[in-house]
Write a protein that binds this ligand. Structure first.
Ligand SMILES: [Ca+2]
Ligand SMILES: [Ca+2]
Ligand SMILES: [Ca+2]
Length: 219
């Protein structure tokens, strides 16, 4: 249900986006096989985004009452592990994802969700959100836009920004669970009429049109 709403919202964005119209890709992991995944995992058809973990292992696909269908997580959370994503198709400038698993039994005051973006390994931006109303449900969204980046990380940290390394009652015992990963689609954007005119004048347009692909996920 939530995925369908998100897809609809993005479709509306394509229509109403004005001069900045762009296609968006959404990965919601539905249809993927549950269980452990090796670092380097990518969803078939979305190979441009490769998932890894900070510590080299612990990726898993998961589905439970607190998640949004199938979701991606990084086990476990007594060792500072968290999720990384690397784009193999170039620089992006928009990213958002839903997250949750903010179990109140494992939460400490000040715990936060941190999305950091990098360009060629150098941090170029960061979004920090406090965990609002801890309820163990995936009901928060975090995002970043404007600066260009080619990789990102998502981590739960303590109030000082240190990735969680503790268990219940000591620092945080939260496991990152993310879903509905949405990013600007490179080389498949929907050109504005003026852009089409330029392409037709400059290149004949046919070749460029033939390479266009739409990768929006069906709800
Ligand atoms: Ca999902
Ligand atoms: Ca973690
Ligand atoms: Ca929540």
């Amino acid at each position: 249900m939530k995925t369908g709403l998100l897809a609809a919202a993005c479709a509306a964005g394509l229509v109403l986006g004005g001069s900045a119209a762009q296609a968006l890709t959404i990965i919601d992991f539905e249809g993927e096989t549950l269980g452990a995944q090796a670092d380097g995992y990518a969803v078939t058809g979305f190979e441009e985004l490769v998932f890894t973990t900070e510590l080299g292992s612990g990726l898993a696909l998961y589905s439970g009452t607190e998640s949004d269908g199938v979701s991606l997580l990084a086990q476990n959370d007594t060792n500072g592990n968290f999720i990384r994503g690397t784009f193999t198709d170039g620089l992006h400038s928009f990213l958002s994802l839903t997250f949750g698993n903010d179990d109140p039994n494992f939460l400490t005051a000040g715990d936060q969700a941190v999305l950091t973006v990098f360009k060629a390994g150098t941090m170029v931006g960061q979004t920090i959100l406090m965990l609002t109303g801890p309820n163990d449900l995936m009901d928060q969204t975090i995002g970043f836009q404007f600066a260009q980046f080619d990789s990102w990380s998502f981590a739960y940290t303590n109030a000082a920004g240190v990735p969680s390394t503790g268990g219940a009652g000591a620092n945080v015992g939260l496991i990152e669970v993310i879903d509905n990963i949405t990013y600007d689609t490179l080389a498949t954007g929907v050109p504005e009429p003026a852009a089409w005119a330029m392409m037709i004048l400059g290149f004949g347009g046919v070749g460029a049109m033939a390479r266009q692909r739409r990768r929006l996920v069906a709800a």
